[in-house]
Design a protein around this ligand. Structure first.
Ligand SMILES: [Zn+2]
Length: 367
């Protein structure tokens, strides 16, 4: 399994300038290849092959690996476009990029090594703060410049297969919500952390500030940078929160049941808010790979009626979004709306051998 590791790096002034120049070169190359692809499609009705793009990417002043990577990414983007169009889905063709939009330089195989410092050709040795060990063989490297001007390196490594560990924890169902971030079938609820909510408010403020500035004025660019930096902070804080929470859950529970989400549709139809904001997809992914390392399992279940169904007797009733408590008219079960849903999710994942247990745990969620 591939795993990504991200570390902060500290290039010198010269290195920083050189790396930015290469970002610029890679933007130029991307746009050039893209223009050529489009022209070719117009003239001949097909896109250039991977080999052809690779040939055209040569001798652009960057490391051969980085040049190749630009060609490969454009090729992959074209393929995805064609595939989705075939399926009748609306999907954008790769776009021309401004310098702002070109953030990373990729090394898909070689051109770098990691010792006490990070060595990347042609920039030389760059100071790195490697806060954890990389397990397994490093495969790829990307140098990434965030809007704040900070540089990061992202490695992907193939994780060595572990002997399957036995996990002795219990099974749990998780309901992902917006009000509380997650509710567990045993009654535990985790809210979005306060510092995150605060930063998100700051983000909205920065967006408003930007919208009031005159376009392309000095203050406009200043506000734009402020906004980008806040975005970066929120993203990092959210990832940090998700990493910690998923680690705790996969350490504690041997089986984690989640709803199979249809994020976009669900967000628009039911909540009118972007669910992507809450980072659910990322959270599910983290749970999956962390559970695998811990010897546990993640199961995705059918999400139909998990909120409307009574986790004790199976009765189904309408549940308005504002109703925070589930009260069952048939068996008198009373419980938190999200906890009831989490119990249903657990029951679906363990149907057959642990399904009836959910009822015995009622006391926990009456609190
Ligand atoms: Zn009931």
């Amino acid at each position: 399994m591939l795993r990504a590791y991200k570390f902060r790096i500290y290039p010198s002034k010269t290195q920083d300038a050189e790396m930015r120049k290469h970002l610029w070169l890679s933007k130029e190359l991307w746009n050039e290849l893209l223009a050529l692809s489009k022209q070719m499609y117009q003239d001949f009705g097909y896109f250039p092959s991977k080999n052809m793009l690779q040939m055209l990417a040569k001798n652009n002043g960057m490391h051969s690996q980085a040049q190749q990577a630009v060609a490969h990414r454009l090729y992959a983007g074209t393929l995805r476009f064609l595939k989705l169009r075939k399926q009748g889905k609306d999907c954008g063709f790769p776009r021309f990029r401004s310098f702002d939009r070109m953030k990373s330089i990729y090394y898909p195989q070689s051109g770098f090594s990691l010792g006490k410092k990070l060595k990347v050709s042609p920039f030389g040795e760059i100071a790195i703060r490697q806060h954890r060990d990389i397990e397994g063989e490093i495969k790829t490297l990307a140098l990434k410049r965030e809007a704040s001007g900070k540089w990061f390196v992202i490695f992907t490594a193939i994780e060595p297969s572990r002997k399957s560990r036995k996990h002795n924890g219990e099974a749990v169902g998780i309901d992902l919500g917006l009000k509380t971030f997650v509710a567990l079938s045993n009654g535990w609820e985790i809210k979005n952390p306060r510092h995150l909510t605060k930063q998100e408010e700051l983000l909205k403020l920065r967006q408003r500030q930007l919208s009031k500035k005159k376009k392309r004025s000095k203050n406009f660019y200043k506000a734009k940078k402020h906004l980008a930096i806040t975005h970066e902070k929120v993203r990092n804080a959210r990832q940090d929160f998700l990493h910690k929470l998923s680690k705790e859950l996969t350490d504690t529970y041997s089986l984690i049941a989640l709803e199979k989400l249809a994020p976009q549709e669900m967000a628009q139809e039911q909540l009118g808010k972007s669910i992507n904001d809450a980072g659910w997809g990322m959270f599910a992914q983290m749970l999956c790979y962390k559970a695998e390392s811990a010897g546990g399992n993640v199961i995705f279940v059918n999400p139909a009626n998990t909120t409307k169904m009574c986790s004790c007797c199976g009765n189904v009733q309408e549940m308005a979004l504002s109703k925070r408590t589930y009260e069952c008219p048939r068996c008198d079960y009373i419980g938190d709306r999200d906890v009831n849903a989490a119990k249903n999710i657990l029951i679906r994942a363990t149907a057959g051998y642990a399904g009836s247990k959910a009822c015995g745990e009622d006391k926990l969620c009456l609190q």
